[in-house]
Design a protein around this ligand. Structure first.
Ligand code: FES
Length: 102
């Protein structure tokens, strides 16, 4: 694991999400009541944009066919997606987003 910083991308405000390119992988970073969560942004079902899905609690719903993923782990909690997505440790230091990448 190594940490990558994204100084050009403002961290998401409460209740919002930003999408970053993490070494070629799109990653969605969510701010849920002040806690940041980062998961792969591409839905494993058909590639839907999870960064554009509605969030309820710590669950995001894919806007294309309704699969749901736990933001705390990346695990799928409702299909049709058959698998979860990668989950990345994330933090904000001095206003800069930082992700732990494999
Ligand atoms: S692309 Fe996400 S549920 Fe189909």
């Amino acid at each position: 694991m190594s940490e990558e910083s994204f100084p050009a991308v403002p961290p998401p405000g409460p209740g919002t999400c930003v999408r970053v390119d993490a070494r070629g992988t799109p990653v969605a970073v969510f701010n849920v009541a002040g806690t940041y969560y980062a998961i792969a942004a591409r839905c494993p079902h058909r590639g839907g944009p999870l960064d554009r899905g509605p969030v309820s609690g710590t669950v995001v719903t894919c806007p294309w066919h309704g699969s749901q993923f736990d933001l705390t782990t990346g695990a799928v909690t409702r299909g049709p997606a058959a698998s979860g997505v990668s989950h990345y440790p994330v933090r904000v230091v001095d206003g800069v987003l930082r992700l732990e990448l494999p």
